[in-house]
Design a protein around this ligand. Sequence first.
Ligand code: S3P
Length: 439
Amino acid sequence: MTILTFVIEPGGAFCGRLRVPGDKSISHRAIMFGALAEGVTTITGFLEGEDCLATLNAFRAMEVRIDGPQQSRVTVHGVGLHGLRRPSGPLDMGNSGTSMRLMSGLLAGQSFDTILTGDISLNRRPMQRVIEPLARMGARIEATEQGTAPLRIYGDQRLTGIDYLLPVASAQVKSCLLLAGLYADGLTCITEPAPTRDHTERMLQGFGYALRCEDSRTVGITGGGRLTGTAIDVPADISSAAFFLVGASIAPGSDLLLEHVGVNPTRAGVIDILRLMGAAIEVLNPRLVGGEPVADLRVRHAPLHGIRIPEELVPLAIDEFPALFIAAACAKGVTVLTGAQELRVKESDRLQVMADGLNALGIAAGATSDGIVIQGGLLSGGTVNSHGDHRIAMSFAIAALRADTPITVHDCANVKTSFPNFVTLIGHAGLKVVEQEVA
Ligand code: S3P
């Protein structure tokens, strides 16, 4: 096995205009609903990252005809809610938590058994959070003793709607239960403790499936309906744009335009947090594309200052914290994050791994039980380990904009899971990365 390392030249600025690849969350859902719909779904702007390809391949293994991806276009020939076929072996979700948790819900409603597995990181992540409510609906799912994958999901179980209060603010659990709700008798009603990304709700309605939205925290779905194929234009992923928002904010001389970025309010917390820190971000040409808010984002260098991050913004920026911690390292003063214990169970323990990496680059940072404290300072070059976490690898890559000597980041292969052309795009914007493969 080879390990991919990035070596990033220090200094520089981010300038010009660019479009980052398609939104990962929306790309997963477009494949899932397209497969379960009646008729054809065409997807443009699809993210050709490994995570979304794992979802796509799972449906191919269940005999759904899918053309592409070709230049980010995919055509899904939907088989209807009851048209999936038993796969010949386990479905491998790779590194993708979204694939595994959402698929658990829809597979619990099938007439055949399936096994879901993933890579070492995914097979360590908590799955009890979906197994427990699905079991309450009548699903039968076996996991390891630790409540982790591989999961065996039994078919032919009768599902019944439940009223469920999510113990953690998780769009993956909410979406899993909405997918199971498609197959359940009666109403499945889910209440979240704080708003989380609502792409599933928006897309279900785009496929012609009515939802009951009692208030901003509760959503209900009644089983037994049908989805109708549609056209989906996936906006650029704000989670990938985040590396450029932070990079341009911290690097003197930067002026960058990010085109066609999804700015759904349940995802745009990174803009609010950076603005609270003093960032200069303009939201231009806001528009609605296929039910999702989209805009162009102009970001220029600005002096940042440390803040106490408001806890209500945590679920709205949950994937952007590694990048935001780099902004905090370059800010004047202290940044304090609390209420973010979920970061410990992402692709890596993002609180600890980021604190260790920042320390290695000369920044005083300490993980707490549910957050981190970062004292802004002078970033030095050095060597950090991403622990196979794509967002950590990319965050330390952009930190080089403010370092005095090169930054070496180990274990970067998983950048391909969400942002396959990252190295090329940061090159166009103004950072030089050398990729080294070490056996
Ligand atoms: C996602 C939800 C979030 C996020 C993940 C994608 C989704 O996870 O971190 O990258 O597409 O629903 P949680 O729901 O576990 O917070």
